[in-house]
Design a protein around this ligand. Sequence first.
Ligand code: AR6
Length: 181
Amino acid sequence: MVQTRFKIGNVTVRLIQGDITEQDVDVIVNAANSYLKHGGGVALAIVRKGGEIIQKESDEWVKRNGPVPEGEVAVTTAGKLKAKYVVHAVGPKFGDPEGDVKLRNAIRNSILKAEELGQSSIALPAISTGIYGYPYERCAQIMADIVKELSPSLNNLKEIRVVLWGQEAFETFRRIFHEKL
Ligand code: AR6
């Protein structure tokens, strides 16, 4: 397995090249849209492997609460995945003038939600870098900053895993995380 590891206090930060649906962690973060319609990308992979229960709970969530604003998160169970929860994070589309702030919030709120749920490990994808068009480099910079900033204050979370699909994404994240952590 291609991976690299950093340590910030008690928190292990791991970058892995692979499939997020295969990860043995408590919380898997999904790169979702505001309506939680998981029709493509990592979202579709999560529903395919976790089962329709994830889409069903997502639909119920939106019916109850309305669409999830960009930068915010919603929680469902994880169906047949190894994880206990899926945190659906809504990232911005590249080109949005408020995009960087929203992406930062989406990542931050995902980590804080896992912490609040009392879980010890989380896996995040490179939110907004697929269908939403963000460059890997920009996402990596934002993610490295927020991980560095939050880690010292985490009590429950012991591992933050970033799961990158493909070599280009992995190499870019590795370079940026080495620079920043
Ligand atoms: N494991 C890890 N990463 C993956 C996987 C996987 N199995 N599959 C894709 N990626 P995207 P977005 C990477 O498009 O840009 C959906 O339709 C992918 O290469 O999933 O935030 C939602 O429902 C990319 O680097 O999410 C929304 O409508 C990253 O995951 C919209 O796409 C994110 O790509 C969200 O777009």
